[in-house]
Design a protein around this ligand. Structure first.
Ligand code: HEM
Length: 481
């Protein structure tokens, strides 16, 4: 009898629970359709096979296997987080163009600590926009034409004139010397021959080693040394700023407007810490990338004599016209004549994939091509996988600059080509980078012939570099008439 009373008393509660369950069941969202994939091991996921060194001109075994198994959009666990990897050009464009709205730049913690919390590659939102404007204004078209072109040519000649006939050296080191000295001059008006520039370069090399090392902050580790070098470099930049402010620098009046330090120091909204990280990130972004691109141009051209010959014809013609006009420095007009050179640059960037992918995070739930990307997940648009996709680039492993010639290059090819990323974070120095490479090529093909002194190849680990430093032997050409 008591059970019946109890049931009678509880029945409204049971009914209410049933109705609640039924209504939540109706409202419950359908299960998310995460792209297929493999989450790998707990914590480390698939990070180790993803980063495994591979030939820079390939997309790597990991990417190839995952794409053939799961398709161009797949899920994984990378850098300790659930991740969507994209080798799909449309998704890559969508991610880059929706920066700030659906996705946000999100580099791993060790990169953030080394580059700094205020680095342009790390900050988001309004501060990013403000810093980007400063960098873009400094590298404006007008400034590139007026100041930077001259500096680029001067530094090219400085490096190339040190190459003796029949000598052998590391082309990668020479390219690094060129871009480092140029950036040091451009950022802080530093002279390459001075001891302080050489000291800064030594610190910078240690700093870079930390970027590619495990983030283990113990005495003796590359990471700890890199953090120390970071502090040294920042102290150095700060000292330069102080000298400018107090007027103790002998060149302070003259360079006020000409270098980045003078330029950013006048920005009222930036703190000293922000200025220091901004300068350091520009040194990093501008030096590492262009030097590798130049080393690759030297590497690819060495095995493509037809392209060297066509380049020589293009540059001899420019040199001939200049001579007739009695001009000696390259002008913007000359640069614009370097059409085949631009094809060589594009093809080098496509095949070398210097920046292979970028780090992003979904800041909202995103639905794309039938898949769900949950808010908070890491997202990696992999440009290398698109640039080496045979359905988008015919015979993608082949170095073929002619594919970029007007008439032969098609819209699909150019819209899938993203060596400088895109959207609101498109590389701020892309014009400058192309100019550096073109001017270097101009003087290179007019003055030298070269061959590999021993076989070498480039690997991606995770930054792209030549394993032996790209040793070349150069031969001076008799002066062009
Ligand atoms: C071949 C050479 C270069 C390549 C392949 C390259 C590539 C890239 C890529 C892919 C990004 C986007 C990073 C991201 O979205 O997370 C980027 C950003 C950037 N690059 Fe470059 N870059 C090159 C040269 C340069 C040079 C010479 C400079 C400066 C002198 C420079 C300055 C920057 C800056 C400041 C950013 C950050 C832009 C922003 O966040 O708004 N880069 N670069």
């Amino acid at each position: 009898m008591s059970e019946i009373v109890l049931l009678f008393l509880l029945s409204p509660a049971i009914l209410a629970l049933f109705l609640l369950w039924n209504s939540t069941k109706k409202k419950r969202k359908p299960p998310l359709k995460i792209p297929p994939g493999n989450m790998g091991w707990p914590l480390i996921g698939e990070t180790i096979p993803y980063l495994k060194p591979h030939f820079a001109t390939s997309m790597g075994e990991f990417m190839e296997q995952h794409i053939s198994r799961f398709g161009k959009i797949y899920s994984s666990n990378l850098f300790g987080e659930p991740t969507i990897v994209s080798a799909d050009p449309e998704l890559n464009r969508f991610i880059l163009q929706n920066e700030g709205g659906l996705f946000e730049c999100s580099y791993p913690r060790n990169v953030r600590r080394i580059l700094g919390e205020w680095s342009m590659l790390v900050v988001v939102g309004d501060l990013h926009r403000e810093m980007r404007m400063i960098a873009l204004n400094f590298m404006s078209h007008a400034r590139i034409r007026r100041h930077l072109l001259r500096e680029v040519e001067r530094h090219t000649l400085l490096v190339l004139s040190s190459w003796e006939d029949n000598s052998t050296f590391s082309a990668q080191e020479e390219a690094k010397k060129f871009t480092f000295n140029l950036m040091a001059k451009y950022i802080m008006n530093m002279d390459p021959s001075k001891a302080e520039t050489k000291q800064l370069k030594r610190e910078y090399i240690t700093f870079m080693k930390g970027m590619i090392s495990a983030p283990l902050n113990f005495p003796g580790t590359a990471y700890r040394k890199a953090l120390k070098s970071r502090s040294c470099i920042l102290r150095f930049i700060e000292q330069k700023m102080e000298e400018r402010r107090s007027g103790t620098s002998d060149e302070c009046q003259k360079v006020e407007e000409d270098d980045l330090l003078g330029w950013v120091s006048k920005q009222p909204n930036l703190s000293t810490e922000q200025i220091l990280d901004l300068i350091l990130s520009l040194l990093f972004a501008g030096h590492e990338t262009s030097s590798v691109a130049i080393a690759f141009v030297i590497y690819f051209l060495e095995s493509c004599p037809k392209a060297v010959q066509q380049l020589q014809e293009e540059h001899l013609e420019i040199a001939r016209i200049k001579k007739q006009a009695g001009e000696c420095e390259l002008s913007w007009k000359d640069y614009k004549q370097m059409e085949f050179t631009q094809c060589v640059i594009n093809e080098t960037l496509r095949l070398a994939n210097i920046v292979r992918f970028v780090h992003r995070r979904a800041i909202r739930d995103v639905h794309f091509k039938g898949y769900d990307i949950p808010c908070g997940w890491k997202v990696l648009p992999v440009f290398a996988a698109v640039h080496l996709d045979p359905s988008l680039f015919h015979n993608p492993q082949e170095f073929n600059p002619w594919r970029w010639q007007t008439g032969s290059s098609n819209v699909t090819m150019t819209s899938n080509f993203m060596p400088f990323a895109g959207g609101p974070r498109l590389c701020a120095g892309f014009e400058f980078a192309k100019l550096e490479i073109a001017v270097f090529v101009h003087h290179l093909v007019l003055n030298y012939r070269w061959e590999l002194a021993e076989p070498d190849h480039a690997i991606a680990f995770p930054f792209v570099h030549f394993t032996k430093g790209l040793p070349i032997r150069v031969h001076t050409l008799t002066k062009h008439k």
